[in-house]
Ligand binder design. Structure first.
Ligand SMILES: [Zn+2]
Length: 217
């Protein structure tokens, strides 16, 4: 693991999906925390364009940072849908800094939003593991349980009162079924074109996905 000098306000640590970057000191909102850096790839060069890994950070239509180098500590930062930092891209200088958008307390994991394309392509299929999404899922599960319980209760009541309504129930079930059947299948997330947007952290091909993907939230 690369060494980090002790005056930096972060350290690499265990996150629930692998490794992540954690604050070791209070970081004020607006602070540039760390630079995301690595060799600059020029997509007009065939050799550069062929590079594939999950740490590619596209700056604009031409330039992409290959952040897979060991010294790029920022590559440890995981995705979050409700992040406490953001990627600050200077297309002119071709630099990317990760900047705090909230006050971050020591011990808190630092994260930023990898962008819609990355999310659609890599996180949605496996389920995003960020705190915000975990909370959302927990809430949905709780609601589903509550709904089940209340349905069971009313069913018992209905039975007791001998007012079962099987016809109505069957009808609504049929309605649900046809609704599900008529829902069009989701089309695949658009790739290259949308990925051309500046500041979207992207991986050039799905081939780069599976192996290390589980690390990021
Ligand atoms: Zn999420």
């Amino acid at each position: 693991m690369p060494a980090i000098s002790s005056n930096k306000p972060y350290r690499i640590g265990r996150s629930k999906t692998g490794l992540g970057l954690f604050a070791t000191k209070p970081i004020k909102k607006g602070t540039k925390i760390i630079r995301y850096f690595g060799p600059m790839l020029d997509c007009r060069k065939e050799k550069d364009d062929a590079v594939e890994n999950k740490y590619l950070f596209q700056i604009n239509g031409r330039w992409t940072i290959d952040g897979s180098v060991r010294k790029n500590i920022a590559r440890y930062i995981n995705h979050s849908c409700r992040p406490n930092a953001e990627s600050d891209v200077s297309a002119r200088k071709r630099t990317v800094h990760i900047r705090a958008i909230k006050n971050i307390a020591p011990g808190e994991e630092i994260n930023y939003d990898y962008g819609t394309e990355y999310f659609k392509e890599y996180l949605k299929p496996i389920g995003c593991k960020c705190d915000s999404c975990e909370r959302k899922r927990a809430k949905q599960r709780a609601e589903a349980r509550a709904a089940k319980t209340s349905t069971a209760k009313s069913a018992t009541k209905a039975k007791k009162a001998k007012v079962a309504k099987p016809a109505a129930k069957a009808k609504s079930m049929a309605a649900n079924k046809s609704k599900a059947a008529s829902t069009p299948s989701k089309s695949r997330a658009p790739k290259a074109a949308a990925n051309r947007r500046a500041g979207v952290k992207t991986v050039k091909s799905a081939k780069a996905l599976p192996k290390k993907r589980a690390r990021a939230a």
